[in-house]
Design a protein around this ligand. Structure first.
Ligand code: IPM
Ligand code: MG
Length: 398
């Protein structure tokens, strides 16, 4: 038989993948409950700098966090903990997407604020190891990637629920070059994995009186896995009669997001991993760029808050690090504060970010020397936060 050896190797590889994935399903069946932050003292917030512009923007996000939680930190209700070693240099040296000792440290925290990390690809100066993001999402079971996008003047208020631990990503580093001419990748969607993210989206819609959930797949072409996602959406939706739902294919979805006659009708989206990755960049661009959007990777035990953009190595190479905009990471801080129970602080920071980054814009970073530095912008945010009339000021712009 031609290619007997190659086929045998591939079969063995596939067998291993199936075993791992079936084991994962068994774990998913035994999921625990959601962590209750009100029972923790202190709540430990791990801060991971990352690569490229990551350490710089994380430093500014940390200052703002320290400023907002000064009392709680003093009273040991909250601890900020710096986590070193999740750098591309260290990951490449150890050939691990998340070095074991770093993962240990991370697991001792409750929530994480993470700067962007460089994801190597074939041909880079780094070995082609798995993305730290993807590995952390999987290792900490951060199954929901929630990304809000708002464009007030267009009446756009979207919340994306991207599945974060399976789909095209879970086996993204386990594809095979069967022969020199044939490359095969694998995509996996499970009943449990699809159901928990879809349910979270519907719960969110119901709780917030939002009467619309939009499911995004390519189920007409990717029939097994996307077909499953859509079928499960239909089942979950039937349990939420008060929430209307519709389904779109990813291609036409990307078009409708920029269709002025449609865009403001969409509210909550839920999508498998890769489609969620794509539409959230598109949506963030409409809000003012990927540098403006925050994101949470949420699991039942851990939550990781991050910018949705990458490590922008080009900015570093061109000496523009200090001009990097920390807004995206600061929007992630808003989500973190809200998540761990500091709701009014979250609202205030969100307002300050709107004022400084959207409305008043006394100074703002452009990513270049003609704009503010990240540090100056963080200062401006903190000054705005100290304004006793912050809420009125924000209202005046509405
Ligand atoms: C994101 C990023 C990551 C992803 C990369 C860095 C692996 O694009 O968080 O959206 O594809 O998920
Ligand atoms: Mg992305």
């Amino acid at each position: 038989m031609p290619f007997e050896k190659e086929i045998e190797t591939a079969k063995n590889h596939f067998e291993k993948i199936l075993q791992e994935q079936l084991e994962r399903v068994e774990h998913l069946k035994q999921e625990g409950d959601w962590i209750d932050y009100s029972e923790l003292a202190p709540i430990i917030i791990g801060i991971i700098g990352g690569d490229g512009i990551g350490p710089e923007i994380s430093r500014h996000a940390r200052s703002v966090l320290e400023f907002l939680l000064a009392d709680e930190i003093r009273e040991h209700k909250v601890e900020l903990r710096d986590i070193e070693g999740l750098t591309i240099e260290n990951r490449a040296k150890l050939m691990q997407p998340v070095p074991d000792d770093v993962l240990e440290e991370i697991k001792r925290c409750h929530v994480l604020l993470k700067g962007p990390t460089t994801t190597p690809r074939k041909g880079d100066k780094w070995p082609n190891i798995e993305s730290a993001n993807v590995a952390l999402r999987r290792k900490l079971d951060l199954f929901a990637n929630i990304r809000p996008v708002k464009v007030p003047e267009k009446n756009i208020d979207w919340t994306f629920f991207r599945e974060n631990t399976e789909g095209a990503y879970v086996l993204g580093s386990k594809g095979l070059n069967i022969t020199e001419d044939l490359a095969i990748d694998f995509k996996a969607i499970t009943t449990q994995g699809a159901e928990r993210i879809i349910r979270l989206a519907f719960d969110y819609a119901k709780k917030n009186n939002i009467n619309r959930v939009t499911v995004v797949t390519k189920a007409n072409v990717v029939k097994a896995s996307d077909g499953k996602f859509l079928a499960i959406a239909e089942k979950v939706a039937s349990e939420y009669p008060e929430v209307k739902w519709d389904d779109w294919y990813i291609d036409i979805m990307t078009a409708k997001l920029i269709d002025p006659s449609r865009q403001s009708q969409f509210k909550v989206f839920v999508a498998p991993n890769l489609y969620g990755d794509i539409i959230t960049d598109e949506a963030a661009q409409m809000q003012g760029g990927v540098g403006t959007a925050g994101s949470v990777n949420l699991g039942k035990r851990y939550a990781m808050f991050e910018a949705i953009h990458g490590s922008a190595l080009r900015m570093v190479e061109e000496g523009r690090t200090k001009y990097a905009d920390p807004s995206s990471l600061l929007r992630a801080v808003v989500m973190m504060l809200d998540h761990i129970g500091f709701n009014s602080k979250a609202i205030h920071l969100d307002m300050a970010l709107d004022i400084c980054g959207i409305y008043e814009k006394k100074i703002f970073p452009t990513g270049r020397s003609n704009g503010a530095t990240g540090e100056e912008f963080a200062q401006y945010i903190m000054e705005t936060l100290q304004d006793p009339n912050l809420e009125q000021q924000w209202q005046s712009f509405q």
